[in-house]
Design a binder for this molecule. Sequence first.
Ligand SMILES: [Zn+2]
Length: 126
Amino acid sequence: MRSGYHNFRRFSSPQILFRFIRVKAHMTFDFSMVSDEDIRREKEKARRLRRTHWWYSRIEKGVCHYCQRQVGWENLTMDHVVPLARGGQSKKGNLVPACKACNNKKKYLLPVEWEEYLSSLDACQE
Ligand SMILES: [Zn+2]
């Protein structure tokens, strides 16, 4: 018998655990309730946040949130951890800088494949 607690113990750092929880949220979100109007409004919010000091401070080091590669701030895009189409919102906790490679992968992979991609990155860093 495996409890959720025991599952979490195999994560070696809080950062990896946090990433795992986010991926889970990504997979379990109910996106049936999201309207075009919601998405339009959230996209507008994201556009505004992209011009804030908060966002500049997120990208100034030029590091991708997912693969931790240094790609330069001009190559980072704003990514919704939980996509808008799945009920994610344009708020600080859901927005991260992502390199183009990660951004494309996230767009085209199934959530379960994306999770595999993230765990392969964690394996490389350990
Ligand atoms: Zn990346």
